[in-house]
Each structure stands twice: as structure tokens, then as C-alpha cells.
Design a protein around this ligand. Structure first.
Ligand SMILES: Cc1cc2nc3c(=O)[nH]c(=O)nc-3n(C[C@H](O)[C@H](O)[C@H](O)COP(=O)(O)OP(=O)(O)OC[C@H]3O[C@@H](n4cnc5c(N)ncnc54)[C@H](O)[C@@H]3O)c2cc1C
Length: 253
């Protein structure tokens, strides 16, 4: 809000033609609209923390698929320029609680084992937090005078780093639908807003399936799944056009 001077903050509801609800996964406005939010608990929690590394990150994000957990290091410039990471470590729920409670030295040791020193020596630079991970989908994302966007509309596992992208794609789709409306149609017209809902249905469903599928593939101990993920990742790594295609699909969320 500090960086958005064109936004007016109000303390109470004001009459409007279109109410765009983007309150996150626990949206109270969505509940007040009577929209059911179907949740599937993945039985995992994500442990997040800010880290400082002994080596510069050079703008590279890293991710380890370590059946059953997934560890991601996302480059940041704070607190230490060029050497900071945001950690997102998804683990089975009971293991995540143990990891969150480890003494800082033991936590850093667990990080060193998981990353095998590939990002240098990693030190904690703040408190650890944890989130339960779930897949969620609102039964409806539009109605007369309202739409749901972002996590209020859908929730995916963070292993593919696509949750925020999905929300931004919602915004882009809504803007497009409103800009292309017939001149006589109000921005809150239920029929108009159904175009937004239809435009977002397939990409949102596909991303939920993709992240859920990847999670099962990487969590499974079955020999076939192990073989598939090893060969699959090597194949993706060795075929730049395939890698580019997958990245483009992700950016087009
Ligand atoms: C551990 C973890 C790691 C993730 N990593 C990635 C990643 O690498 N890449 C990626 O793309 N996504 C990632 N995600 C997902 C991403 O964080 C979410 O998809 C994104 O933040 C959703 O944005 P949102 O604005 O819809 O909801 P939120 O980020 O939840 O924001 C909603 C905001 O609205 C506020 N609010 C609620 N009700 C009201 C009200 N009545 N009035 C005013 N304000 C209200 C809330 O306090 C909150 O600040 C991750 C998620 C988790 C849990």
C-alpha cells in the first residue's frame, strides 16, 4: 500500500459495481458470499526462513527434489546483498515441526546435508515460520458484482513456485475481460464475469494437477517412480528446448 498512492484505504465496505476479493486462502468475504472452498490437505508443511550464504547466489534459484521433501533456495538481496536466500522447505508435517524446532546449529547442519554445500555454507538470518500445504479450489470464482482472485480462488503446492503467478494471471485475465466488454455492460455484470471464470478454469486446474502430480512423483518410493523422476529430470536438463517450453508454460500460468 505504501507504494500504491493511487489506492485509497477505507475502514468499512463502500458501494461498488465490482468487488474483487483477493484476501488469500482464508478469505472471509468469500465465506460471506457463501462460496465453498474445497481443500485437500497434502499432509505437508513448508518451513520458510531467510538465509545468508558464504557464496554469492549469482541470481540462481536452486531446488532439491529429495523424496519426500522438496527444498528451494530463492535468491534475495537482503539482509546481505548477493548472498541471501529465501528458504522454502516442504516436508511431511511431523518432520517439518521437528525441523522448525531444531537448534539453529542443528538446522544449519540439516541444510548443509540436504544441499550438499552446493550453495555454500548457509546460516539462518531470521526466525523460521511454517505453513500447512494444501490444494484448494473455490466452487465458483465469479457472481453478480464479485470475483475471486489469487489464493482466495485457488491454492497450489509451492513446489513449482506458481501460486503468485496464478494470481497475477487472474488479474491479467480480469483486466482483459473488462477492457473488451460491450460498452453497455457494467463491470459487475454476472455474464461478463463468467468470461473471467471460464478463462481461468483450465489453466488453474492444469497447474493444480501438475503440482499435485509432481508432488506424488517425488514423494513416491516405488522403483518405477524413482526411475521416472531421475530420467525425467536428466532429460529436461539435457534438452534446452524442452526446458524452455516448460518455463514458457509456467510463465503463461
Ligand atoms: C511457503 C510458501 C512458499 C511459496 N513460494 C512461492 C513461490 O516461490 N512462487 C510463487 O509464485 N508462489 C509461492 N507461494 C504462493 C504465494 O505466496 C501465494 O500464491 C500468493 O501470496 C497469493 O497471493 P494473494 O494476494 O492471493 O494472497 P495472500 O498473499 O495471502 O495475500 C492476501 C492478503 O490480504 C489480506 N487480507 C485478508 N483479508 C483482508 C481484508 N478483509 N481486508 C484487508 N486485507 C485483507 C491478508 O492479510 C493478506 O495480506 C508460496 C506459498 C507458501 C506458503
Amino acid at each position: 500500500m505504501r507504494y500504491a498512492p493511487h489506492v485509497t484505504r477505507v475502514d468499512a465496505a463502500v458501494p461498488c459495481a465490482l468487488h474483487a476479493v483477493c484476501e488469500g486462502r482464508a478469505s472471509s468475504a468469500r465465506d460471506a458470499l457463501g462460496v465453498h472452498f474445497a481443500m485437500h490437505d497434502y499432509g505437508q508443511r513448508a518451513v520458510a526462513a531467510r538465509l545468508v550464504a558464504s557464496a554469492p547466489h549469482q541470481g540462481v534459484a536452486r531446488q532439491w527434489f529429495r523424496s519426500p521433501d522438496v527444498l528451494a533456495l530463492l535468491p534475495f538481496d537482503r539482509p546481505q546483498p548477493a548472498c541471501s536466500y529465501a528458504l522454502v522447505w516442504s516436508l511431511p508435517a511431523d518432520r517439518a515441526l521437528e525441523v522448525q524446532r531444531l537448534e539453529p546449529a542443528a538446522f544449519e547442519q540439516a541444510l548443509a546435508e540436504a544441499t550438499r554445500g552446493a550453495a555454500g555454507e548457509l546460516r539462518l538470518a531470521g526466525e523460521r515460520a511454517a505453513w500447512p500445504l494444501a490444494r484448494g479450489q473455490a466452487e465458483r470464482v465469479s457472481g453478480d458484482g464479485w470475483v475471486l482472485l489469487g489464493d482466495a480462488a485457488h491454492l497450489v503446492h509451492p513446489l513449482a513456485g506458481q501460486g503468485l503467478n496464478l494470481g497475477l494471471a487472474d488479474v491479467a485475465a480480469l483486466v482483459r475481460v473488462i477492457a473488451e466488454r460491450e460498452p453497455w455492460r457494467s463491470v459487475g455484470d454476472a455474464k461478463l464475469l463468467r468470461r473471467y471464470a471460464r478463462a481461468r478454469q483450465a489453466p488453474t486446474w492444469a497447474m493444480g494437477e501438475l503440482t499435485g502430480g509432481l508432488l506424488h512423483l517425488f514423494a513416491s518410493q516405488l522403483p518405477l517412480a524413482r526411475e521416472l523422476r531421475n530420467r525425467g529430470l536428466t532429460l529436461v536438463n539435457e534438452l534446452p528446448p524442452l526446458k524452455r517450453w516448460l518455463t514458457a508454460r509456467a510463465l503463461d500460468a
